[in-house]
Every structure is written in structure tokens, then in C-alpha cells.
Design a protein around this ligand. Structure first.
Ligand SMILES: Nc1ncnc2c1ncn2[C@@H]1O[C@H](COP(=O)(O)OP(=O)(O)O)[C@@H](O)[C@H]1O
Ligand SMILES: [Mg+2]
Length: 256
């Protein structure tokens, strides 16, 4: 049984249909990538799934429960955590405080009890260690370089002890060496059995990590399949690479 299922999900902003009738299902333990050119509707889809900005129509099921009507904090407490395309953190707070926010408020529990606080503290420290930030607990988040900020956002999500992670462009803004480190980190998280739905532009990372890929364009599905077939699909090469590599007025990405 899938852990996450989208059935005919659409998202309109006024007259603009950013996500159009998308249906797909993610199996437990899978690393599932969503790719597509800028403006394809990837982040809008994540906003619908995570309750940040609800879907206009369609059904979204997480662990067989309909979540499309729930608020973001309710969805995260069911065990679905996300990171954002732009790294967000409480910049004036320490790394540890940031992750404690995830482990304390990101899930259900009786906030007042000592055991809850101890558990939150343990989960925060575990997440920091896994993400390679164990030695930086007292650093202010605003002082972290980009890769460490991305590690922090991932640690904050993991500290919630989610069943599934949504990662929005975890490789954006990283240089090739840093990308390699991020691939290792995500691979390690996946090895713990975590289900991961990931939006990504960096094809090398998608190839290295994804079990399956969903390609979207103008909010619509182009194809779904394993990297070996999807990345050789002619339509994918046309819409995806054609839009990313500026080749003249028609081939240029929107806004380039
Ligand atoms: N909050 C919003 N209000 C209006 N239009 C939006 C909003 N967010 C995104 N869009 C538009 O929806 C389309 C899809 O955007 P987005 O989901 O960010 O794409 P992607 O993440 O694939 O680059 C774009 O045309 C974008 O301009
Ligand atoms: Mg986006």
C-alpha cells in the first residue's frame, strides 16, 4: 500500500493552473523524485501536500488518511515533514534551538511533561549527529554556510521523527563537491527506511538517489518511471532539457 497518494490534484492561483490533475503514489521506503522545468508546479504541489497552500481539487492520502483539508501543523504531526527551496531557519537562534523547535512542536505529545522534553532533546541531538552538525550546536543558524544550512533544515525535519520527508531542491545552490556530500547524507537518511519525495533539478543527484521519477511540465504529468527509462524518454529530454538549456527564443527557460 502506498504511503502517499495524490489523486487528480490541481492547484489554481486565480486563472493560472499551476498543478493540473496530477495522480501518483509513493511506496514506503522509496526515494521518489519530481523533476521539471522552472515554473512546472513542483513547489506548488509540495505546498498542497504539506498543507502550506491547499489544493484546489483532488484527494491527497497519507498513510491511507485523507489530508487535503488539513492544516500544515496537523499534517506534520501525522509524520510528513518538509524542507523548503529557500533555506529557512531561525537565524538569530542556535543550531540546537532550531532543531529543538522541530522535535518539540513538530509532533503530537504532552508538552508539559519532563519525559516529552527529554525525548525532544534526544531526538534533536540524534538528528544533528546524523546530519553532521553535532559539533555546531551552539553556532547561530545565521552564521552557517549554505551546505550546513541545508543540513540544519534537514535535521530540523528529521527531529520531528517523520515517516516521510518532502525535500524541495536540496541540491540548489551547492557546488559539485557539496552536492556529493548531500547525496551521501540523503542516501544515509534513506537507508534508515525513510520514504523521501524530492524535487530536484540536479540530474546527477536524481540519478544517484531516485528509485522512481515523476516528470511534470506546466503542472501536468509527462511520465513516471525508473531513472533508466525516464531520462532517456524523448519527451522528457525535449521539455526538461529543452527548457533548461537556453537555445534561443523558443528554447529559453521562462524568464531567462
Ligand atoms: N503563491 C503564488 N501565487 C500565484 N502564482 C504562483 C504562486 N506560486 C507559484 N505560482 C506560479 O505557479 C507556477 C508554478 O510555480 P512553482 O510551483 O513555484 O514551480 P516550480 O517549483 O516547479 O518552479 C508558476 O507559474 C508560478 O509563477
Ligand atoms: Mg520550486
Amino acid at each position: 500500500m502506498p504511503i502517499l497518494e495524490c489523486q487528480k490534484v490541481s492547484k489554481a492561483y486565480g486563472g493560472l493552473l499551476a498543478v493540473s490533475d496530477l495522480s501518483f503514489a509513493v511506496e514506503p521506503g522509496e526515494v521518489y523524485a519530481i523533476v521539471g522545468p522552472n515554473g512546472a508546479g513542483k513547489t506548488s504541489l509540495f505546498d498542497c501536500i504539506s498543507g502550506v497552500n491547499p489544493a484546489t481539487s483532488g484527494v491527497i492520502k497519507f498513510k491511507d488518511r485523507e489530508i487535503q483539508g488539513l492544516r500544515a501543523h496537523q499534517i506534520s504531526r501525522l509524520g510528513l515533514a518538509r524542507t523548503f527551496q529557500t533555506t529557512v531557519a531561525f537565524d538569530s537562534q542556535t543550531v540546537l534551538t532550531n532543531v529543538l523547535v522541530g522535535s518539540t512542536f513538530g509532533r503530537d505529545g504532552e508538552n508539559a511533561t519532563l519525559s516529552f522534553k527529554n525525548q525532544a532533546q534526544d531526538d534533536a541531538l540524534d538528528a544533528l549527529a546524523l546530519c553532521g552538525l553535532g559539533g555546531r550546536q551552539r553556532t547561530l543558524a545565521g552564521q552557517l554556510p549554505v551546505l550546513a544550512r541545508k543540513r540544519l533544515m534537514l535535521a530540523t525535519a528529521l527531529a520531528m521523527r517523520p515517516k516521510m520527508l518532502l525535500l524541495d531542491e536540496p541540491f540548489g545552490g551547492l557546488n559539485p563537491a557539496e552536492r556529493g556530500q548531500m547525496i551521501e547524507l540523503i542516501r544515509m537518511v534513506a537507508k534508515t527506511g525513510m520514504t523521501i519525495l524530492m524535487i530536484e533539478h540536479v540530474m546527477k543527484a536524481v540519478q544517484a538517489l531516485a528509485d522512481r521519477i515523476l516528470v511534470i511540465h506546466h503542472g501536468q504529468q509527462i511520465t513516471i518511471g525508473p531513472p533508466s527509462t525516464v531520462l532517456r524518454d524523448r519527451r522528457v529530454i525535449e521539455v526538461y532539457l529543452g527548457n533548461l538549456v537556453p537555445t534561443g527564443p523558443e528554447g529559453a527557460p521562462p524568464g531567462a
